[in-house]
Design a protein around this ligand. Structure first.
Ligand SMILES: N[C@@H](CCC(=O)N[C@@H](CS)C(=O)NCC(=O)O)C(=O)O
Length: 208
């Protein structure tokens, strides 16, 4: 039995695809919306939020939420180094930045990608998109000013944060902005990009 990851190229499933790859656990990708003909249910049936990543575990349990999945994968395959252990000095910074990314940065995409879910008028939608994008930049700049990658977000220790930063550097405000305004985050993204085992994952999701 393998894990089945609902995947959409370049989207949040890329975070989990990269993490799974580093664990060495067997997994298969399922088309974005599930493949009922192959016994894989439509995404919405198992995740009412209809979001990627969504993961079916080998025992049939469904997991959603990229950070929860990251912790689960670390439970099963700690050698992949996705999460600093309970006694690691980097643990607190890891928890902090992970929560900032999933709790503060990620929702800006939820609002900006689907403004019509939250407000109805054209003007309000435009404002929500613009303000979400501006807020996202502010948050990234705050993170940038607090970290000292060497080459990883947590310094000399790789973690799942590097995967998030690599994937999210492809999303708005995109890579040229990161390179110009957040060179430290950008360097961590580039380090994650160069992990040999992940090169095929990045190629599949981002074409390079
Ligand atoms: N909190 C979730 C956010 C996942 C998320 O927003 N995924 C986006 C793709 S990057 C999505 O599926 N959006 C579709 C939607 O919200 O309808 C996580 O960390 O996994």
């Amino acid at each position: 039995m393998t894990y089945i990851l609902y995947a959409r190229r370049g989207w949040g499933s890329a975070i989990t695809e990269a993490a799974l790859t580093l664990t060495g656990l067997p997994f298969a990708l399922s088309g974005a919306r599930g493949e009922p003909g192959k016994g894989i249910p439509p995404l919405k049936e198992i995740n009412p939020l209809g979001q990627w990543p969504t993961l079916i575990c080998p025992d049939g349990a469904v997991m959603t939420e990229s950070a929860a999945i990251l912790f689960h994968l670390d439970d099963v395959a700690p050698k992949a180094g996705l999460v600093p252990g309970k006694r690691a000095k980097e643990r607190r910074a890891f928890l902090r930045w992970l929560q900032v990314i999933v709790g503060a940065v990620y929702p800006t995409f939820t609002y900006a990608d689907y403004p019509g879910r939250f407000v109805s008028s054209k003007a309000a939608r435009k404002e929500l998109v613009e303000n979400s994008a501006a807020r996202r930049k502010e948050i990234w700049l705050d993170v940038e000013s607090a970290i000292e990658p060497n080459p990883w977000v947590l310094g000399t220790r790789f973690s799942g944060l590097d995967i998030y930063v690599k994937v999210m550097s492809h999303w708005g405000p995109r890579r040229t902005w990161f390179a110009a305004h957040c060179p430290k985050l950008y360097s961590a993204a580039k380090a994650a990009e160069a992990i040999p085992a992940l090169v095929p994952v990045w190629k599949r999701n981002y074409g390079r």
